[in-house]
Design a binder for this molecule. Structure first.
Ligand code: MRU
Length: 341
């Protein structure tokens, strides 16, 4: 298990694995303020829906590192500020809502008591996510069999969470318990979370993995090389529509055409029952230079207009099952997700 976020109590700081440096270097950053945490989230140094939520929770604790005469107001300012870093993953607003509730419940204007209460909540959010990851692995394996080849997209492993991951959890747990899955790994344009991080993490876990570019996925499905597809999610609406990394929707449509099961694996913290359908989910748009100057090299003419949505919506009708830490749900999701929650 690789945990990308560590609380350093002695330094009152967060140690963060800088995911932008992977797979070449494993660089750990020391963050000491909500501003530094916000920068890390926006720049994808920490990324993946659950990891963003955990990191932001610790970011709130950092707001009370230095003495302040108004600790409650300082913490609330940090919560509001961190909440604006990335719009699509609901885990961010979910974890910050928990931190806000702690501030509200902690009546005494005592900075160290509030800081301890916030730290304890951040630790709880992290621990719950780690336990959920293990269950996601177990429930994921209940849908898969030894020897299967499973295609996955983006990165949904330990460093996108606090341990096992979401969609990668069955691969990682499977390797530990003797269920060998092999993976097709989409590189995941434009920022290559698949090739940089998924391939690195599966290699570390001893899982056989084959890297492909996103545009090869249809071909490998048509060639009957894929038994199932499993992806994570950044937000699941009440009707089962799924927001996830750009390219997920195309995979789901291809899976339907080729009668391949398409699974979504996510903790309940990714479920947003207040969001009726995917059409209402805010899709983050990122800077043009992620496409025109990916990793520093100019790959498009100067002045070209660019559209760079970071996520897409997969309609519920294409999702064979949603795997959560409390069980596997199937359509009709409007009913089964509600019952589960
Ligand atoms: O932009 P990113 O890299 O944060 O996007 C991450 C994803 O889309 C993941 O699939 C998602 O968070 C799954 S949960 C680990």
């Amino acid at each position: 298990m690789i945990s990308p976020i560590r609380w350093n109590g002695e330094a009152v700081a967060v140690e963060l694995l800088d995911q932008t440096q992977l797979p070449v270097k494993e660089v750990w950053l020391t963050l000491t303020s909500p501003n530094e945490m916000a920068e890390a989230i926006e720049m994808l140094r920490v990324r993946g829906a659950p990891a963003i939520g955990i990191a932001a929770a610790y970011g709130v604790v950092l707001a009370l590192r230095a003495a302040t005469s108004a600790p409650h107001e300082t913490a609330i300012r940090a919560i509001d500020f961190l909440g604006h870093t990335r719009p699509t993953a609901v885990n961010l607003s979910w974890s910050l809502a928990r931190m806000r509730a702690v501030v509200t419940a902690c009546g005494a204007p005592d900075q160290s008591r509030l800081r301890e209460a916030l730290l304890s909540e951040a630790r709880a959010i992290e621990a719950e996510d780690r336990a959920a990851g293990r269950k996601l692995g177990e429930y994921g394996l209940s849908l898969l069999r030894d020897g299967m080849t499973v295609l996955t997209h983006c990165h949904t492993g330990g460093v996108a969470t606090s341990g096992y991951g979401t969609a990668l959890a069955p691969f990682i747990l499977g390797a530990q318990v003797g269920v060998q899955l092999s993976a097709y790994v989409d590189e995941t344009r434009p920022l290559l979370q698949g090739s940089r991080i998924t391939a690195w993490e599966l290699a570390k876990a001893g899982v056989e993995a084959t890297l492909i570019t996103d545009s090869m996925a249809g071909h490998v499905m048509r060639d009957k090389r894929v038994d199932a597809i499993i992806v994570g999610a950044d937000r699941i609406a009440a009707n089962g529509d799924v927001a996830n990394k750009i390219g997920t929707y195309a995979l789901a449509v291809l899976a339907r055409v080729h009668t391949i099961p398409f699974y979504v694996s996510a903790p309940l913290s990714t479920l947003d029952l207040a969001m009726p359908s995917g059409g209402d989910i805010v899709i983050e748009e990122r800077a043009a230079d992620e496409i025109t100057h990916g990793f520093g090299r100019q790959t498009a003419p100067v002045g070209i207009s660019v559209y760079n949505p970071a996520f897409d919506i997969t309609p519920a009708e294409y999702v064979s099952a949603i795997i959560t830490e409390c069980g596997v749900v199937r359509p009709p999701y409007a009913q089964t997700l509600q019952e589960l929650a």
